[in-house]
Ligand binder design. Structure first.
Ligand SMILES: C[S@@+](CC[C@H](N)C(=O)[O-])C[C@H]1O[C@@H](n2cnc3c(N)ncnc32)[C@H](O)[C@@H]1O
Length: 662
């Protein structure tokens, strides 16, 4: 076999075009030449009309662009690029050379056209230009002419003769580009890179109130709090008539807004599902290739790949070419998923298709950056969209968390991956270190209170709300009190808040991400595994309960932060030193956006953090009270203009403070 056939470029081409016969065909074509230095295999890219794709013959109008030449010299194969080959080394004129010229037809993939010879390789900018060549090539009948003596002759077909210099014009198919006028003299501003846009898009979606879920119809009617949930048919029936001619009332407009939002969210869910399935398909495809090779040990990887591709095309009913194109995009999805986790793909938004189709920035650090945020992203997704992992059920995947513990055990940091909560206290001297257990409800200290619950209000009935006088019950159907529906008497969701590392020296704090409406069905609802999702990109509205202040209900603690509760006759403390919820991390502000507030639920006193209007994306703060600050040897860092405790380190603190209700 001719050594050129073993040239890596030939192998690569055969692989690239999945033409296993290419090497054999080339070998037999070269066989007629014998092994000598004068044979070139010229590799061209041919631009042709789509209708000539099916036929092997190239059309007259086809444009051939030489990519390079392969040749043998001193028994060593060489690769010559077109730039080197402005004049490839002329081979010594031997009798065999002339033979090679004559026989060039079957070896070259395409015969050389005149255009190929004289076409300058740089980009042309005008429609008309004189040729740089001082000679013109003319096709002759005499294939054995001596035109090969020309410097570039060895690249020319032997039936081309060079005429003496003729002025010639070429027309160009491209119009000159219009020069864009300079808009202004202001210096150009740095635009965010495509990767920046993709990553900020992911964060935007994670912090948005979308509900990503596979929706199933649920059995209605049912009641949550005071609100009767409509049945599916009721939903249809209640839709107002959409008749634009009779005018659009506010309620009609509200309804169409609700409908629009519902389907918008639904299509986002199905888009996310599509991404999940397609990324997973790529994994299955690779696994199928491995199985085919196991079943057919004689198959090469290429053959196994082709077999798997055929199988897929048969089921999908797509052309192989179509599937290949789609696969290229799906591979991008898989790469994003591999680097940033499933959350990065699910929340990637619509730009991800274009991103993967054109592979913008993939080699430019995208995977490193996604790996960097994977952790924080998953913590945020779990905190704000607890149902997002359900989407993976479509591929029967039970994806384990990349992080361990409760999402609030991770502190988000603007500049990098989330930090383990414990590590953010390593710089502090704490008597027992930092150990905090997240619990949803208060735990009564039995050593102190026995079977009694000190929070039980004397003379307060367990059934009637002190505020609205409606019936209270943990049974969703029986409950009629809707004072704080997000916490009591309804379906409880994880609050849309995250722990974050403050930049102002207060160590950690709590940030509001997106929030729930006070009323469950103000204008829009969506069905999600039978739950009602009422998240909106709204602030925690004034009067909304953000959370209950949860910890160990005890008494007798001195010198540590505690919340005082009960009455003078029956006092108790809520201690968050070892267990509790995220309210333990809420900082003080002299202009707070929330406050502590007492509320009786089923006869038991609860201390709530209630919003005074917290915008999404801002820190949740309360006023710790003068009493607390009076005992704290620290300056307040709230930064408010009317800060009461900014310059008070000199003040003697007698003992450690207690938090008190505002
Ligand atoms: C209940 S903790 C709040 C969470 C705390 N930042 C952390 O990282 O654990 C109360 C402590 O936070 C700090 N802190 C809260 N608000 C503050 C403020 N406005 N200025 C300075 N320190 C504050 C004080 O050290 C205070 O004793």
């Amino acid at each position: 076999m001719h050594p050129i056939v073993r040239h890596p470029v030939v192998t690569k081409l055969a692989e690239l075009f999945e033409n296993a016969d290419f090497s054999t065909q080339l070998g037999s074509a070269l066989a007629s030449f014998g092994q000598h230095d004068g044979v070139y295999v010229r590799i061209d890219a041919v631009i042709c009309a789509s209708n000539s794709i099916t036929s092997n013959a190239t059309e007259d109008g086809d444009k051939s662009l030489p990519l390079g030449w392969l040749s043998m010299e001193k028994n060593r194969s060489l690769t010559i690029t077109p730039s080197q080959a402005a004049c490839p080394k002329p081979a010594a004129p031997t009798s065999s050379d002339s033979q090679s010229s004559h026989c060039a037809g079957p070896v070259t993939l395409r015969s050389t056209s005149r255009n190929d010879l004289d076409k300058p390789r740089h980009k042309t900018v005008s429609g008309l230009r004189p040729s740089k060549s001082s000679a013109i090539a003319v096709v002759t009948q005499d294939s054995g002419s001596d035109s090969d003596a020309d410097a570039a002759g060895c690249l020319r077909a032997s039936n081309v003769r060079i005429e003496p210099s003729v002025r010639q014009f070429h027309s160009d198919t491209r119009f000159p580009q219009r020069k864009k006028p300079m808009k202004s003299t202001t210096p150009p501003t740095l635009q965010p890179s495509t990767i920046d846009k993709l990553i900020s898009g992911i964060w935007r979606q994670v912090h948005s109130p979308i509900t990503l879920s596979v929706s199933f119809p649920v059995h209605f009617p049912m009641t949550i709090g005071r609100y009767d949930l409509p049945s599916l048919t009721e939903v249809q029936d209640r839709r107002p008539e959409f008749n634009l001619r009779t005018g659009v009332s506010q309620s009609v407009f509200q309804a169409i807004n609700g409908l629009c939002k519902m389907y918008y969210d639904q299509s986002r869910s199905s888009r996310a599902l599509e991404l999940v399935v397609q990324a997973y398909w790529v994994e299955c495809f690779e696994a199928r290739i491995a199985s085919i090779r196991l079943d057919n040990p004689s198959y090469t990887n290429l053959e196994a790949r082709m077999a798997a591709l055929k199988e897929a095309c048969n089921t999908l009913g797509w052309q192989e070419k179509d599937l290949r194109n789609k696969m290229a995009v799906w591979r991008g999805y898989k790469e994003i998923k591999d680097a940033g986790g499933w959350a990065s793909l699910i929340f990637a938004g619509s730009g991800v298709y274009r991103f993967c189709k054109y592979r913008i920035g993939f080699d430019n650090g995208l995977t490193t950056r996604l790996r960097h945020i994977a952790f924080s992203l998953e913590v945020a997704a779990d905190t704000l969209h607890p149902g997002w992992r359900d989407l993976l059920r479509v591929i029967s995947l039970n994806e384990p968390c990349r992080y361990s513990g409760h999402p609030h055990e991770w502190v988000t940091v603007d500049t990098g991956p989330a930090l383990p909560l414990k590590s953010t206290y390593s710089h502090m001297v704490l008597p027992y270190g930092f150990n905090y257990e997240f619990v949803d409800d208060c735990v009564v200290d039995r050593d102190v209170f026995g079977e009694d619950d000190p929070r039980r209000g004397l003379g307060i009935g367990p059934d009637i709300c002190q505020t609205c006088k409606e019936r209270q019950s943990d049974d969703v159907i029986r409950n009629h009190c809707s004072c704080f529906p997000s916490l009591f008497g309804g379906v409880r969701h994880p609050p849309p808040v995250q722990l974050y590392h403050t930049a102002s020296g207060k160590n950690n704090g709590v940030i509001a991400r997106c929030v729930r409406c006070k009323k469950p069905f103000s204008s829009f609802y969506s069905l999600d595994f039978g739950k009602i999702f009422t998240n909106f990109k709204k602030p925690f509205e004034r009067g909304t309960a953000i959370a209950e202040f949860v910890g160990l209900v005890t008494y007798g603690i001195d010198g540590l932060d505690v919340m005082m509760g009960g009455t003078q006759e029956r006092p108790y403390q809520i201690f968050q030193g070892q267990k509790g919820n995220f309210t333990r991390f809420i900082n003080h502000s002299c202009r707070p956006n929330s406050q502590f507030q007492k509320f009786y639920w089923c006869g038991i006193e609860r201390i709530l953090v209630v919003s005074r209007g917290v915008p999404a994306g801002s820190e949740i703060t309360v006023d710790y009270s003068d009493f607390y600050w009076g005992k704290l040897q620290k300056n307040c860092l709230c930064g408010e203009s009317g800060c009461r405790f900014a310059h008070r380190v000199e003040t003697e603190a007698t003992s450690l403070p207690s938090l008190q209700e505002a």
